[in-house]
Design a protein around this ligand. Structure first.
Ligand code: ZN
Length: 460
């Protein structure tokens, strides 16, 4: 059993549970590099599969670009260079030989892709170009690293699109917001999305939209970003096309970034004192069968296992005989398996299945009926997780009416006029950062001018 409670001691609970359940192994001797044991990697792969599906439903195609980028190719967009130079790993040697040109280990892939995009794109008929890749990227983090939250080797899902106009790129951003909504539903993680202030946008972007979720610790975690580049990268990388009238124009671009922070959010948002709760749509094991020894139990359990497998449920039959059923219940609860079947003599003689939901509640029904309902039962757990999390997150974010007095640790919303000087006052008085501006208007909490609803929070 987990020793800590996420509600009272989040940080230690988090560090303990991710290792104890096999999502990670923190013994690798380089800071910020993650070892993915089978259970953790399977979870990531299932999430990736969902993401692939959503991207491709919206016309994206998967690509794979090299992980090393020549220095000259990297050093073309001034803001981008400024944002990333201090974070990149440089490769300077091949064996004993100094390389003629130093190489960057990709911190993100704009500078690997865009010189090639400029060769792929010739005319308006080549647009839009919609690509994504799922790769590892490297960033030399100097802040304290934390598994799945701040790492130096990032499991990165990056979308890169090219368009013939700003307006078409804006439509892409609307699509990306919809893709993101579908991903968040798959992991049952609610979020708030809004525009980042100018000083917090992606290096080189025209503007950045961020999705944040909120942990029981009171801190927020950025879990997705979508960027409008305008023609900021098209100019230095010469991504040009000939339009219908024979005029040569610069293209407009967008990007979309997601990472293993999705796993952090599953852990942090759904977990409880007993351990993880993994949403059924992405759970490596959706159903575990625990036999309670007795006559005919082993055979009946295997029959159920095979039937579930045949309808493509990710199911595990726990036949380990060195452990008691009670021990197994705790073990699978800790690992977050959403649905557990308890099969004993009574189930055998009555032809029934007894099940316990990881979200609470236990019931029995005839096997045939269970097989018929199993998918909707899993979806029921999925939506319970989502609505429960949504309620909890909403309860964290309180309006803040005054900057005087003692501040708590939780996020707030305020109204803010958009001026940096007012943001500085807000951040200084609350100890929280401006996350993003969303829909809603009111008087700026500092200067009283017209302002937009703005989320402030302590960040990871
Ligand atoms: Zn103001």
């Amino acid at each position: 059993m987990a020793k800590e409670d996420p509600e009272t001691n989040f940080s230690e609970w988090y560090n303990d549970i991710i290792e104890r359940t096999g999502l990670t192994d923190k013994r690798y001797p380089v800071k910020g590099l993650n070892v993915w044991p089978p259970y953790g990697w399977k979870l990531m792969r299932l999430i990736d599969e969902r993401i692939r599906k959503h991207f491709e439903d919206f016309g994206y195609q998967e690509v794979y670009f090299p992980s090393l980028i020549p220095k000259s190719q990297f050093n073309k967009e001034a803001e981008h260079i400024k944002g990333f130079t201090s974070e990149v790993y440089w490769i300077t040697k091949g064996g004993d030989n100094e390389l003629d040109e130093q190489l960057v280990l990709r911190p993100t892939s704009e500078t690997a892709m865009y010189p090639i995009f400029s060769l792929w794109i010739r005319s308006h008929a080549d647009l839009p170009l919609k690509t994504y890749q799922i790769v590892n990227v490297f960033r030399y983090e100097t802040k304290q690293t934390r598994t799945f939250i701040r790492v130096r080797e990032i499991h990165f899902i990056e979308g890169h699109t090219v368009h013939d106009s700003y307006e078409d790129a804006e439509k892409q951003i609307a699509d990306d917001i919809e893709i993101w909504k579908r991903v968040s539903e798959d992991i049952a993680v609610p979020y708030i999305m809004g525009k980042r202030p100018d000083w917090d946008k992606f290096p080189g972007a025209y503007y950045t939209i961020g999705a944040d979720t909120f942990f029981p610790s009171g801190r927020s975690l950025q879990i997705a970003t979508i960027h409008q580049y305008k023609d900021n990268f098209a100019k230095p990388y010469e991504i040009k096309f000939v339009d219908e009238n024979g005029n040569t124009k610069y293209a407009h671009q967008t990007t979309f970034g997601i990472s293993e922070r999705l796993i952090a959010s599953i852990v942090g948002i759904h977990g409880d004192k007993k351990g993880l709760i993994i949403p059924p749509r992405v759970a490596p094991i959706q159903i575990v069968i625990v036999p309670i020894p007795g006559e005919g139990v082993a055979e009946y359990s295997r029959e159920i296992f095979e039937e579930l497998e045949s309808i493509k449920i990710r199911v595990k039959l726990d036949e380990r005989d060195q452990y008691t059923p009670g021990w197994k219940f705790n073990d699978w609860e800790e690992k977050g398996v959403p649905l557990r079947l308890e099969i004993g003599k009574r189930e055998v003689s009555e032809g029934k299945i007894t099940y316990a939901k990881r979200t609470g509640g236990k019931a029995s029904m005839p096997k045939e009926e269970f097989m018929h309902k199993v998918n909707s039962l899993l979806e029921e757990i999925q939506s319970e997780l989502y609505s429960r999390a949504k309620e909890r997150i909403n309860s964290y974010i309180k309006p803040l009416h005054s900057l005087e007095g003692e501040m708590d640790f939780y996020p707030n919303y305020v109204y803010w006029c958009g001026e940096k000087s007012c943001a500085d006052v807000i951040e200084e008085k609350t100890g929280k950062s401006i996350l993003s501006t969303t829909e809603g208007f009111g008087k700026c909490i500092v200067c009283g001018r017209e302002g937009q609803k703005t989320i402030i929070s302590k960040k990871y």
